[in-house]
Design a protein around this ligand. Structure first.
Ligand code: SF4
Ligand code: SF4
Length: 199
């Protein structure tokens, strides 16, 4: 590699690092503000979703998928990781079988080491952040075999979205993308569904 090419590569690497660091510090600020922001619109969101349940638009799932995709095109989870830091997914039997196998552990040992039952008798992590979370770069040690709940989080693009509006409101306190998605949804359907349509 010539000196000039090497210099260009170093400058490129430094620029990329600068952008990544800037995005991380913007995200840190956002995560600090998020609980207060989410609390501030919680009542409004509850009312909005209660109304939306009464008159659910037929294309709601398609709209949600579109908003979800647009949001995650600009939100990089690797600058965030807040779900892995603060909440636990539910581990199904399939999840525990798959992950134990991957870790070459007996299922019973895996459960004893990492999981406990919550008040609803679901298997959840004993600790937060998640034991499989790498805080250095917000990655997951078991990404390829992670629980289904992790791969589907924050569930804003799932079918029959209207059934999980309470969960979505809770997720606005943890997930900045979910907060933005709900705000975008309110803009997309700014109607008051209870209002009679004037003809
Ligand atoms: S298993 Fe992986 S994706 Fe799921 S919470 Fe833990 S670190 Fe995050
Ligand atoms: S899903 Fe939400 S909380 Fe989790 S890392 Fe991505 S933006 Fe952050």
């Amino acid at each position: 590699m010539s000196g000039l090419v090497l210099l260009k590569s170093i400058i490129f690497y430094l620029e990329v690092t600068k952008i990544v660091n800037r995005n991380i510090s913007q995200m840190d600020k956002r995560l600090e503000e998020l609980p207060k922001l989410a609390e501030g619109v919680k009542k409004e969101n509850k009312k909005y979703f209660a109304n939306l349940k009464k008159r659910t638009p037929k294309n709601l799932d398609y709209v949600m998928q579109d908003i979800h995709e647009k949001e995650f095109a600009k939100t990089d989870c690797l600058t965030c990781g807040n779900c892995c830091k603060t909440t636990s997914p539910i581990f199904t039997e399939r999840d525990t079988d798959r992950i134990s196998k991957h870790l070459k552990m007996k299922v019973v040992d895996f459960k004893n080491q990492y999981l406990e039952s919550d008040k609803d008798d679901f298997m959840v992590l004993k600790t937060a952040p998640c034991s499989f979370f790498d805080e250095k770069d917000n990655t997951c040690f078991i990404y390829d075999v992670r629980p289904k709940a992790c791969s589907e989080y924050p569930h804003t693009n799932r079918k029959k979205f209207i059934q999980i509006t309470d969960l979505t409101i809770s997720n606005t306190e943890v997930c900045p993308a979910t907060f933005n998605i709900v705000e975008a949804l309110k803009k997309h359907f700014p109607f008051e569904p209870n209002k009679k349509i004037r003809r």
